[in-house]
Write a protein that binds this ligand. Sequence first.
Ligand code: NAP
Length: 558
Amino acid sequence: MTSAKRSSPAAATKTNFDAIIIGAGFSGMYMLHSLRDKLDLNATVFEAGDGVGGTWYWNRYPGARCDSDSYVYCYTFDKNLLQEWNWSERYPEQDEILRYLEHCAERFDLKPDIQFGKRVVEATFDDQTQLWTVRTDKGDVATARFVITAVGALSTANIPQFKGFNSFKGKCYHTSQWPHDGVDFTAKRVGVIGTGATAVQAIPEIAQQAKHLTVFQRTPAFCVPARNGNVDPEVTKARKADYDGIRQRIKDSFFGFELNFMPKSVLETTPEEREQEFDRMWDTGGFSFWLANYQDMFFSKEANDVIADYLKRKIRSTVNDPVVAGKLTPTNYPYGTKRQPLDTNYFETFNKKNVELVDANTDGAIEEITPNGIRAGSKEYPLDIIVVATGFDALTGPVKQLGIKGRGGRVLAEEWAEGPQTYLGVAVAGYPNLFMITGPQSPSVLSNMPVSIEQHVEWISECIAHMRRSKLAAIEATSQAQEAWGAHVAEVVNATLMTGANSWYMGANIEGKVRRFLPYLGPEGVGGYRRKCAEVAEKGYEGFVFTAHDQTARPIAA
Ligand code: NAP
């Protein structure tokens, strides 16, 4: 932590930097702290929002809260911070996480080096100077040796272009672009489009306020109870005393949690034995059912069906109307291959008299938005407010929209038209000195995000420190290493059931997006991926080439 508050001239008045970081969420904030305070580099952050927080700045819909246990959904790089911050619940609400990130921004004095309200619209690499020129929508033009994208994986909203969208006379909100002063649903007829993790959190909350709620479902979700609540102070105390151990365990784990698959096939168990295990995970709540289930869940359809059957029975026993229960029951994809939504009274909400389900398969898909509501299956549903909970153009969307141009004017968005091409999900051949934090083809969204963020930030920082020590101007992934990585990402996932769902992991939620698995499901999870990245560095950054400083290249300042 810096001891004195910075009085450096506002970052906005400088135009040349060692590093430009794009985004001030969990990743951009730690990246700034690492480069500026640990390496003493001249770094700035461009942030589109008017405050820090990224995801937690934008996603303010009712019910928005973290799906990861708070004791691991936080920075772990600072031991004092771990001791001084106290979470109020198992899964904190959006405003509490935002307060935490605000606290971190103050604690590490980050704000003087963050330029708020500025969206990066172009980043161009100059082959001669080996510098990047970055432009924002506010007219800023800045140069830097390094550009680091810290834009999150789920930050580009997917707003389907329904026929007649603009004709709607009521109010319409995408969940990730929620008004800061909230939305009053009292006495309103509300429609929610979507039933993913966001909608599963929002629907029970909206149903409590609205006069009538109509949920437009395209694909039903397998939900597991979150079981939010206060954490026993003794448990918190024990965790605080064991943070070194926790940090090590989540770093070495498969998904960045203290969760591991059961080393057993569900098919080898008796019905009684597995029912007991399922009950235990169901009662524990959270991601246990998804990420600490029997080890063949993601590999064998037969095993997956046994596990899915338990969740289907739970839906039938919770929802009173068997017809509605049937509509809410997933049938066309294996359990766990879409992101697990955690719920608090989601299925119970469909027992309320003011809640109606319109299922695309049985009642008819959305045909158009009319001035008065939504038409689906030839019927018009009158509405005052539409909540668009249709998710994101995941992983590639946020990077593609930055206007990145690499060596020789190559355009990243065009080169990724058929899907992302990266090395380790952190670098791209043809784009020297460009790093992506939790980019496509890295574990990112298949892990507890802060764990993967810290790993990438620390790896990138060490790489830049190495370049400074060795007087190197540029680092670039080779196309051979990139191709091999892409093939490896595909090979690993093709051995699982993950490709069998129309999920956003596959890019299948966006019309026209190429169907390609976007994150990296390493055979040994985030622990194995971390070891792979470390090994690359130990071998002199295997798969990368460096350019030494020449007279034209500006050295990395200390
Ligand atoms: P999502 O999982 O992509 O869900 C979007 C929903 O909208 C799906 O039900 C989808 O149906 C539906 N949809 C999309 N386009 C549609 C169209 N044209 N017509 C009708 N329906 C359409 O998005 P999300 O719920 O915002 O969640 C995205 C991710 O954000 C999550 O998976 C999770 O990783 C993250 N998240 C995290 C938290 C947390 O930890 N606190 C909370 C919420 C979300 P299909 O299934 O048929 O595509």
